[in-house]
Design a protein around this ligand. Sequence first.
Ligand code: PRP
Length: 220
Amino acid sequence: MSENLFPSAHPLVAHKLTQLRDRTTDFRRFRSIVDELAMILAYEATRDLPLRAVTVQTPLTITQGVKMDARIGLVPILRAGLGMVDGMLDLLPQAEVWHLGFYRDEHTLQPVIYYNKLPTDLSKHHCFVLDPMLATGGSALAAVDILKERGVMKIKFVGLLAAPEGIAALHRKHPDVMIHVAIIDERLTTEADADAGFPPGFIWPGLGDAGDRQFGTIRD
Ligand code: PRP
């Protein structure tokens, strides 16, 4: 396993993830579980953020403390990444949020960008790319490409489910990007999985389409 790959070992994550997989979980509950998982993963993915020393006046005396010394950019990949923003902001209220919109072309599975709201000056930020699903890795890879073109040096991917294919693709091109996920699933679907009702390129066993399940839309 890559040294920059961090599947969660937390029992609460495993418990909530099972609820997320359950096809009977409705979209309101699905959304709140995504939110809760994002907050737990935020805790895990921020353990190496820099601090600087400060003094603090307690009710009794003056003592030493620390203050976070990092500018944070959260980069949710629309649509499904939106559901992870609030959970991350619960722990990182000072973070900026920059949206990137991609959809996967159904036939080629290649990401197609349709929205980019990145600011121009972001070279000093620690960036967290948010997307519940790392499937082929195409969307995450394209997001990291764009961030690096803008000069961002410190980038982490935070997701819920990852396929081995997506992890390999992201790390092949960007081995420096740490991947924090709730779990690594078995594989991507192929033509042979047509009976499951999903086209090739979905995470197996997975949870279906994370965007549709969060927002209550139905796949056609
Ligand atoms: C899904 C998912 C990721 C992407 C992952 O988005 O939310 O963004 O696919 O696949 P990849 O790793 O193969 O690129 P989708 O295209 O379904 O758009 P949506 O979030 O708007 O539903």
